[in-house]
Write a protein of this length. Sequence first.
Length: 295
Amino acid sequence: MRLDSRNRAVRAAMGVACVSALALGVGIQTASASSGPRAAVVHTYLALGDSVSFGYEEPTVVPAPNYLDATSFVGFPEDVGAALGLSVANAACPGETSLSAVQAGVQSNGCENSPGGGPGYRSAYPLHVSYKGTQLAYATTYLKSHTHTSLVTLMIGANDYFLCQETTADKCSSEVVSVISSVTKNVGTILSTIRTKDHYKGQIILEDYYSLDYSNAAQTALVQELNSVVGAAAKKYNVQVADGFGEFKTASAHSGGNPCTAGLLTQLSGGGCGIHPSYAGAALLALAVEKVVKH
């Protein structure tokens, strides 16, 4: 009798446990079903600029670049995106000036058109991302549709000087002041649009240009002046500066201040170097950005 009672008690306890477990399981399933799987938030990165940001290589680089395949060009934005786990939209265009980035139909240094009157890079070859209109217009559209953009980089202004040198009789000797004024105005327009019109609250980083030869005082001073002009124009827009200039200088110090000898610039088949970063050079520019990224 006591054994039978004990068995009934055990069976009752087991029944309660099973019901409780079942209820718990149902509760868990119901909660899981009601909440559903959450979509992962993909944080994005918008890169703006010229051939350096694009990752351009000269035609005589070995092996020869494939201009029909934009993915074959790797600039510092791609390195930054990989390092930080960001989806990259690289809107940079080879030959873009600060003016052509904000105003359609003006002369560029090879992006929309060429100084000699021929077609520009965009007319013949694809960019990393496809868009019509100016680079700034694309930035506005992109930022409005990608609300999880956590980083914007800008590297612009060198082609303004190059274009002036190519199109003036005195190689821009007497036009430097006007070029500085133009770059200042255009960089201000770009950053004001992104911050004010586009209401972008994330981080903006300016990438400094590097010198092609740090032992050449005059050339290096010109690069420093350009970096200073762009930095001053950006100061009131809560922008950080990536010291690409300093990274290249340090890395080429053991090569007499020559980034070509240090392997930081594209190597040309006929000897010497181009003016664009090699893969090693692009990695250094990426490192400069990563050092000032807010985590």
